[in-house]
Each structure stands twice: as C-alpha cells, then as structure tokens.
Ligand binder design. Structure first.
Ligand SMILES: Cc1ncc(COP(=O)(O)O)c(C=O)c1O
Length: 419
C-alpha cells in the first residue's frame, strides 16, 4: 500500500506503473483525459481548439441522427428519463420489444439485454463457467479477462491462448476437466486490430471438445453482417454481427455485443438459448441488482433498428468507402496497420523508438483527435494510436486525415509495412 492524500491508500497492485512516456503524455497532450465542450457533426471542441473526432466508436453515426434523437426524446416523454427499476423489478415494455427485434436481427435463439458488456463479462461469464475452465484469447478485450479473473475467484481455472496458435487451444482444452464447463472467450472484430477471427475453424475446435464459445463482438455488431448477393459493401448486410458474417450458427456459442458503439446507446446483449436466458435472470446479478439503461438509450435502440432497416446499407457502404480510402492511402505510403479486413478500426503503431508525445502534438495541431496507446497501457510493440471511421465522417475530413498521415509518414513516425 502507498500513502495518498487525505488518508486514502492506493494499493500498489492496482497502480499503473509510471513511465516516462505516460508522464509526458499526461503533462503535455490535451488528448489525454480531455474535456470536450462542444460537438458539431464529427467535430469536437476542446478549449478553443476544434478537431475531427476519430476516437468515438459511433460507427453508424446514430449519435447525430435526427430520427433517433427524436425517438429518444419521445420515449422520455412517455417513460420519464430513467426507468429506475432493475430489470427483475420492472421491465418497461421497451425491453421485450428490443429483445424480440434483436433476436430476429441476429437470427439467434433468444437474447437478454443488460446495461453494458462489462456487466455481462463480470456476471454472465462466471455463471456460464460455473467453476470449470475459462480460456481467454491473449488479445481479447480487457473486460473479458476481468470477467475470467472474477470467475477464477469463484473457483474456475483461467488460461490464456493465442489466436495465432489454434493447437495451443486444442492442448489446453484436452488438459481441462471434461466434467466441468469449458468456455473459450475471444473478440469478434478485435478492438485494436479490427480483424475478424476465423470463427468456423475455432467453432469446430470448440464443438469437437464440447466447449462453449463466448464471442464479444462489440465492434462488429452494426458494422459487419450476413453475406449475400445484394450487399452494399464487403461488410455484408444488416450489421447482424460476426456469427452471421462468418456463416456460423449459434450451436455451442453465445454472442455478446453492445449498442454503445454502432448504435450509440448504453445497452448490451447476450444471445443464447431461452433456457440459458431464463437461468441468467437469476444467476447474473445485474438483472436484479444493477440500475437500468436510461430511457433515451432504450428508445434510441428501437429507433436504431428502424434506421438500420431503412438506411443501414447506405451508411455501411459510406463507412466502408471512407475506411477503404484511408487503408489504400496507408498502403500507398508503405505504412503498417494490422487491419487486414477493412473494418473501421485502424491501429497505427509507431516506428521503433519514435516519440508518441511528438506524434500526439502534431495530431493535435492538425486537428485530428485519436485514441493514444501509450506504454504500459499497451505492450511496447503496440505503442501508437488508433482511429475509428464512422459514417458521419465526410470525404473532406478523410482527405485532411490522409494529408496528416502523409506528413507523419514523411517524418518516419509510422511503422513501415512488413514486406
Ligand atoms: C471488445 C469490447 N468489449 C467490451 C467493451 C466494454 O463495453 P461496455 O462499455 O459496454 O462495458 C469494449 C469497450 O470498448 C470493447 O471494445
């Protein structure tokens, strides 16, 4: 324990080690812990400085959509600003409407919604693991790992495996207790690289070993979807997430997703059979003990389904086109990004030894707002920044972004593409 002010102690185990890089970012860039004072389309104002926002994950632009804003306001006029009950105590009829429409969209057996994905990882995952073994992919989102660690605290065993080595997963599955549940966790569209996993191959391994697959597609839901002849982009249609995108089924698989990215609303879901859903209503504490999503989010999600049905394919086509333009530009510049699948999540690692604070300063001055990835918040080899495109960006904004990326490349700040 280390002493802190006012007698409150900060346990060392939870302290992010201070590094020169982090300290200089904290001191020097206004992109760290920023206070945003105004929003105008995809532009944001911090102090008196306007920047184009590439840090939000509002992939479909629903945060700015007039139809959705109106529907959220109408829901609040009817239901008040906040339902106030936990779900078990009282479900405004918005909930069953959302679950019915979501189940149809996903083509899933059933769905249960809770406020956030973090709630789901901390409650549904331990309930499904039930003292068995949980296998978390090494690059899966931190919140999945936290859910696994919580399950471990309740008696489960926790292992990490690597997407690049499926044999490792097979070995681990073989060595686990076959009489207890085995749950294999991974990201759908990966939150850093934007890549889509080989779900059919991994599902085959899990089914062969009678393990449950637990897939978090926070970034894929709303963006990628089922493939078919008349799709408007390689993202596929309907934005109904990674399972449908990969032509997979929900056998031995639960899909987790959220509305807080593409649908711009505070709500998340687990897609699972009805018997599992009913079990989770008591086994997953947030259904009884946590406060609900705000009415604006519930109304916004229902309106989001309508907008997705009417205009989703046009929005995704625009999103894909913008993303493709940035990816093509990076390729022409000879700059590396791990993104291989054209999704709107672009990680840009810096060239070895290049100073992140210097890059942050240039991005700030040129009006480009990004997520900075500093050591030790990411491993040293991944230090850089991440950009997300959304369908509310414009071609002019992408022209300006590409010009800034050219500038960074000419300074040799960005990691060169691997031959
Ligand atoms: C892959 C992934 N899972 C989970 C989360 C957390 O989602 P929520 O805010 O709904 O808890 C995020 C948020 O960034 C994420 O990227």
């Amino acid at each position: 324990m280390s002493p802190a002010s006012s007698g409150v102690h900060i346990p060392d185990a939870h302290r992010v080690p201070s590094t020169d890089q982090l300290d200089r970012l904290r001191a020097g860039t206004r992109m760290y812990d920023a206070v945003i004072e105004e929003v105008d389309g995809r532009r944001i104002r911090i102090g008196d400085h306007w920047l184009v926002d590439y840090a939000s994950c509002n992939y479909l632009g629903f945060d700015l959509d007039e139809e959705i804003i109106e529907a959220s306001a109408a829901a609040m006029r009817r239901w008040g600003t906040h339902p106030g009950w936990s779900r078990l105590l009282g479900n405004p009829s918005l909930y069953p409407q959302i679950e019915e429409r979501l189940t149809e969209l996903l083509g899933a057996p059933d769905t249960l919604v809770l406020p956030t994905i973090t709630h789901i990882h901390m409650s549904v995952l331990p309930a499904l693991v039930d003292g068995g073994t949980v296998f978390v992919e090494a690059n899966a989102h931190k919140t999945i790992y936290d859910g696994g660690a919580y399950a471990r605290g309740l008696g489960a065993r926790l292992y990490r495996w690597h997407m690049s080595d499926p044999d490792e997963l097979v070995r681990l599955l073989r060595s686990a207790d076959p009489d207890r549940p085995r749950v294999v966790c991974l990201d759908g569209v990966n939150s850093m690289t934007g890549n889509v996993p080989d779900l059919p191959a991994l599902a085959a391994i899990c089914r062969e070993h009678d393990a449950l697959m637990y897939v978090d597609d926070a970034h894929g839901f709303g963006v990628i979807g089922e493939r078919g002849g008349d799709e408007s982009s390689p993202y596929g249609s309907r934005g109904n997430a990674v399972v449908r995108h990969c032509g997979e089924t929900y056998d031995n698989l639960v899909l987790i997703g959220g509305f807080s990215k593409a649908y711009s609303a505070l709500l998340a879901f687990v897609a699972a059979p009805t018997a599992v859903k009913e079990h989770l209503k008591l086994a997953a504490p947030p259904y009884l003990y946590s406060g609900p999503s705000p009415t604006a989010s519930l109304g916004g999600v229902l309106a989001g389904f309508d907008v997705n049905a009417k205009r989703g394919e046009t929005l995704r086509a625009h999103l894909y086109e913008l993303t493709r333009r940035v990816l093509d530009h990076l390729r022409d510049l000879g700059v590396h990004t791990p993104n291989r699948h054209g999704t709107p999540v672009l990680e840009l690692p810096l060239a070895d030894g290049y100073d992140l604070a210097e890059v942050a300063d240039l991005l700030w001055r040129r009006g480009v707002y990004v997520t900075l990835a500093a050591y030790p918040l990411v491993p040293r080899g991944q230090v850089g920044f991440r950009l997300q495109l959304t369908s509310a960006h414009t071609h002019e904004q992408v022209d300006a972004l590409n010009a800034v990326l050219s500038d960074l490349a000419s300074r040799h700040a960005l990691r060169p593409a691997q031959p």
